[in-house]
Unconditional design. Structure first.
Length: 265
């Protein structure tokens, strides 16, 4: 049995502490009975959760963020799934280059992407803010659609598709009866990751939004720059809880470890 290095174990523990402790501070502050953000909290109260769910700018921005995340996720999957099939199953020249282009949004800084989209889409093409945001978020999500569905495709046996075509099934029927069932867990996983990524995005949304269409993370950022009440901690706690529940349900139903295991193959 391979022994774990004490240094590696200590660094892992330190990493968990650095990531988790600030979150615990925010969650604890959300239940304060005081009037300002401070730790330790002053008493215990659910008042700020009630105010967060009733604060109109937050609720309006929440609806906008949900709409944007849902539509951009669907568009990213609609582009990413055929691209994945072309890269991994087709005879596409320059496959490595094409795959690199689809994965490039993970490498480029989001502020640079957002600024470029602002100049091209809003200044030159004069698109409205929602259209620009939709294009920006869809481009941001393409790597998840390609990489995660590609992981599922790696785990599939190409011989099954060849057998279906050898028995007379058309390419379309082979896709729906053989390939799609294999891809389904990866598609659902990619959709969940894409939705959460789009919903939580700040850099691109900050550069492309307007007063008429504002996303929740940027609205919360604007709020905390002008106010110091625990309502922001309460809203952050609600979003964190929603994300954790979504991840637990997805892990229970799909098993992310099984899907993401193909990424490193």
């Amino acid at each position: 049995m391979k022994r774990r290095s004490p240094v590696a174990a200590a660094l892992a523990v330190l990493g968990y502490v650095v990531m988790i402790v600030p979150i615990l501070f925010v969650v604890a502050t959300a239940f304060t009975g005081g009037e300002t953000l401070r730790f330790p909290p002053e008493g215990f109260s659910l008042r700020w959760f009630e105010e967060a769910t009733g604060y109109r700018p937050f609720t309006d921005a929440l609806v906008s963020s949900l709409q944007l995340a849902a539509v951009s996720t669907v568009l990213a999957l609609a582009v990413g799934i055929p691209a994945t099939l072309a890269i991994m199953r087709g005879r596409l020249p320059g496959k490595a280059l094409v795959e690199g282009l689809f994965l490039s949004p993970l490498v480029l800084p989001e502020l640079v992407v957002g600024l470029a989209l602002f100049q091209q889409l809003m200044l030159q093409m004069e698109l409205d803010n929602f259209q620009a945001l939709l294009i920006g978020h869809t481009a941001l999500l393409l790597p998840y659609a390609v990489r995660v569905t590609g992981a599922s495709l790696v785990l599939a046996d190409p011989a099954l598709e060849e057998a279906a075509r050898g028995l007379g099934a058309s390419p379309l029927r082979t896709f729906f009866t053989v390939t799609l069932p294999v891809l389904r867990p990866g598609i659902i996983s990619a959709a969940l990751l894409s939705f959460v990524t789009s919903f939580n995005n700040v850099p691109i949304s900050l550069l492309l939004q307007s007063r008429d269409f504002r996303t929740l993370p940027v609205t919360m950022l604007d709020y905390v720059q002008q106010n110091y009440t625990p309502i922001i901690a309460a809203m952050s706690t609600l979003l964190l809880a929603g994300t954790v529940v979504l991840a637990l349900v997805a892990e229970r139903v799909l098993g992310f470890a099984r899907i993401f295991g193909g990424i490193n193959r």
